[in-house]
Write a protein that binds this ligand. Structure first.
Ligand SMILES: Cc1cc2c(cc1C)N(C[C@H](O)[C@H](O)[C@H](O)COP(=O)(O)O)c1[nH]c(=O)[nH]c(=O)c1N2
Length: 214
């Protein structure tokens, strides 16, 4: 099998990477077809994982009542976060739209089972957090696959994980990693919304790349 990537395929991949956005306020209520959802989850499941541990589970949530429980958790953590800023920064924070939990027709919670393949895992012996990073790789695969399907994804982390655990009945030994709002969108912003709002600019790549030593 020829596994070389063609120029058209390469361009498509970079288009997906550069046009992926964190979506908060542009969700449409159109349902996500099951075959499309299946492709997203399968893309996530093909992420790299430490020792091939595949520590993830995916909780697919369509019911508005369940999503409302998650939204309530966001509201609590959002109020706490607002109190951590002051003055103009607080004003700016409060003006940001930072979730689309009820607007998106679908929520997907990505988790990490830290005990999935026993105590000793290849690649995780010196750095036990590698299992969590693996679940984050699954999130990124899902995010990019969604963009390729013209679906928006928004990661909502302004919520205490125990709240998600309770809302979704997640067992004690499983760690919630991400709540993702998923759905079709009216449009994709060209640049990150936080950049557009003047919160932070994109840093110069040159300032972040070091050669040989720091
Ligand atoms: C781990 C993690 C956690 C969060 C995010 C991202 C990641 C990686 N982001 C999205 C984040 O704000 C966004 O990715 C950046 O602003 C860059 O924008 P684009 O993703 O390029 O559109 C995010 N966005 C948001 O509105 N509410 C949130 O709680 C979070 N939480």
């Amino acid at each position: 099998m020829n596994t070389a990537i063609t120029e058209i395929e390469r361009k498509a991949l970079y288009k997906v990477i550069y046009s992926r956005r964190d979506v908060r306020g542009q969700f449409l209520s159109d349902p996500v077809p099951d075959d499309v959802l299946g492709r997203l989850l399968d893309a996530a499941h093909h992420a790299p994982s430490v020792g091939f541990m595949q520590p993830w589970d995916f909780i697919v949530v369509k019911e508005p009542e369940v999503r409302q429980k998650v939204k309530s958790g966001f509201e609590i953590a959002h109020a706490e976060a607002a109190a951590m800023f002051s003055g103009k920064k607080q004003e700016a924070y409060c003006s940001l739209k930072l979730e689309g939990i009820m607007e998106s027709p679908l929520g997907i919670c990505v988790t990490c089972d830290r005990s999935r393949s026993g105590d000793v895992v290849i690649g995780r012996t010196a750095n036990p957090e590698m299992d969590l990073y693996s679940s984050v790789c699954a999130v990124q695969n899902l995010w990019l696959a969604a963009r390729a399907e013209n679906l928006g994804v928004g990661w909502v982390s302004i919520i205490h994980h125990d709240h998600i655990r309770q809302a979704l009945g997640i067992p004690e030994h499983i760690v919630p990693v991400a709540w993702l709002c998923v759905g079709y969108v009216s449009f994709f912003h060209k640049t990150p919304e936080l950049q557009q709002a003047g919160w932070l600019p994109r840093m110069e790549l040159d300032s972040l790349v070091h050669y040989e030593t720091w």
